[in-house]
Ligand binder design. Structure first.
Ligand code: T5A
Length: 208
């Protein structure tokens, strides 16, 4: 039996993470790999409540520190009740966003101290890190255009372009620093092409 693996999908707004999850699921299913699909912020009832608060732009302004702590509060709950139990059972876990998003959005976008994020990462996750991360990358204008087509923008999607530029640069710098774990997918391409890039990355990983 293949050992449990933790795969995450990352990228800016509207790059196609949610769209490609079903494709990755079908690839893994065809290899008879038991899979848990989940997302962040969210993944448990409590963490989904935190997600709603984080994305709602109609409430009081959320302080940066509050936002960062809410991300990790949701993550702690998610790891304890979903991710760890799944990996312990031998299931694979596919998660739409994880801690790289915190480095990119709170670290890059909001300029928060990276060593504080790292401290929280160690505190909440101990030694849990993704085995593979697919970073869907596209110019921010394209991602925002796709996100806008879907309708009303949430609290993050309503940020200024400069914010998303910093998010994208932070993601690319993580990929540069950790090339073995983080693989870049060119998300500007057609969906077929994006999926064939994903397959090329996943196939050797599955049979490793
Ligand atoms: N956040 C999250 C933090 O700040 N810190 C953290 O630690 C974490 C975990 C979560 C928000 O929280 C922030 C980041 C986020 O702002 P989210 O819903 O997970 O929100 O993230 P979003 O980026 O908002 O998710 P989206 O659903 O907007 O983007 P996706 O999933 O990347 O895009 P998707 O798949 O919905 O596609 C968008 C549109 O494009 C089309 C799709 O059909 C869809 O209409 N599309 C394509 N069209 C043409 N060609 C392609 N290749 C296409 N791929 C997709």
């Amino acid at each position: 039996m293949m050992s449990a693996r933790f795969i995450t999908l990352e990228g800016g707004e509207g790059v196609g993470k949610t769209t490609n999850i079903a494709y990755i699921q079908s690839l893994l299913k065809s290899e008879n790999i038991p899979l848990v699909l989940t997302r962040e912020p969210g993944g448990t009832a409590l963490a989904e409540n935190i997600r709603q608060l984080l994305l709602d732009k109609e409430q009081e302004a959320i302080a940066e520190q509050t936002e960062l702590l809410m991300m990790f509060a949701a993550r702690a709950q998610h790891i304890k009740h979903v991710i760890k139990p799944a990996l312990d059972r031998g299931d694979w876990v596919l998660c739409d966003r994880f801690t790289d998003a915190t480095y990119a959005y709170q670290g890059g976008g909001r300029n928060m101290d990276l060593s504080t994020i790292q401290w929280l990462e160690n505190f909440v996750q101990a030694d849990l890190r993704p085995d593979l991360t697919l970073l869907l990358d596209a110019p921010i204008e394209l991602g925002m255009q796709r996100a806008q087509q879907r309708g009303k923008l949430d609290r993050f999607e309503s940020e200024k372009m400069a914010f998303f530029d910093k998010v994208r640069q932070a993601y690319l710098s993580i990929a540069e620093q950790q090339p073995k774990r983080v693989k870049i997918v060119d998300a500007t391409q057609s969906l077929d092409n994006v999926q064939s890039q994903i397959k090329q990355i996943l196939s050797p990983f599955i049979h490793e």
